[in-house]
Design a protein around this ligand. Sequence first.
Ligand SMILES: Cc1ncc(COP(=O)(O)O)c(C=O)c1O
Length: 467
Amino acid sequence: MTIEAFSPISTTDHPKSDPIYRQIAQQINQLILNGTLTSGEKLPTHRALADHLSVTVGTVTRAYAEAERQGLVEARIGAGTFVSQANKPNWVYKSSETPSVNGCNFGYNIPPQLDRADMLTQAMQTLSRDPQQLNQLMLYQEPQGITAHRQLVAQWLQQKGIAIDAERMHFTSGGQHAAQLALSAFCHSGDTVLVESVSYPGFLSLAKQQQVMVKSVEMDAEGMIPASLDKACQLYQPRLIYCTPTLQNPTTMTMSEQRRRDILAVCQQHQVLIIEDDVNGLMPTHRPSPLVNLESEQVIHIGGLSKCLAPGLRLGYIQVPTRHQKRLNMALHNHSLMISPLLSALACELIQQGDADRILQQIRHDIAARQRLVAHYLSEFTLAHDRASFHVWLTLPEYWRLSDFVSAAEQAKVTVKSAELFTPPGCTTPPAVRLAISAPVNHQQLEQGLQILCELLRTDPVSDFPL
Ligand SMILES: Cc1ncc(COP(=O)(O)O)c(C=O)c1O
């Protein structure tokens, strides 16, 4: 690790900002979590870090003491301070989806890895002070989740412009689970679902597993084209339509309000329900009305807190038209009886304390800064992007074949996702890749990955010369 991994300290005298020594301890925690600091590694000397961060040596001494108190590091007399070897959790997520430390992993749309440990600790402490509630949380509940929790989450979503009804919403274990419930509640094997011409692989895979046929609808810069949707409805008589109107995965497009109304009009005309996947809906500060606000009896609205708060909480939600409430209740009951009430209690604490809003703000800032870096390095190429999007969609120069580019990037230790993964069966794959720019562990690694990609994109693989 180089000392540059430590980023400048916020010295605002805002009453809520943490003291400097705690901010440094939090950075150490973050660097350990993201793999920049490894077990047994020596930390910079107090003097070196103090100079780098423009703080006093005493502040670094206090920060290291705090990190030691938290069990993150060990001071060895005369030798320095080292990342603790003991008590390392052996469950640390180590799949291939973990952002690589040496190269750059643009693979999965995970939120930037912020330090949420303090707020989680506080939320758990608050919960632990109420034994009666704790005992209640250990019991079976209604499939849709605890009413008070649903009211609180619904109110929070309403403040953010999503017309969710606490009475009708059901908690789920994330957005993926919500999509699965929608499919199993409304589709039988052999039914057809319409999707955008490039779509979220998690949904395509779910449809395949449930033996639901997938047909695609042409898109333009605003998503599904209403005339193509109308034609596909006539041709296939679909059971459901699935789309992501805000920050589509993978194209980043957001449907205008007019397009949303036009799409809903087609759904109404053909009496087909539309799944509005709104997992990215809280990311933009402003966006057109969600479909559920415009026509809630035509819409299955799904969303969750993965992108805007923490995927580990696994808290999502689904709302279906009133007449289908029982069907959803039954599907949830059959799947898992209910979601863990402990998780919804934690999420409610985080919302009530204002932590959820703070995290959302931090994620928005971080993503906007990452998108600026992408614009800086890749603006000469054909790029679909949005300042609030976790990813960008890059169309390759015509001299690159898709599979060659993905392998060349892999060889250069940069993971990108090929358009093949997003292409519904039977459709033509566009020559594009998705870059999950939220995944690299820090901006330094993001820049490193972007530089490598920029050089690769400028190189004609036939002549091997940079163009
Ligand atoms: C469009 C879309 N829908 C659903 C999901 C699943 O999200 P969750 O973590 O809430 O299950 C994702 C995750 O990346 C996504 O991109």
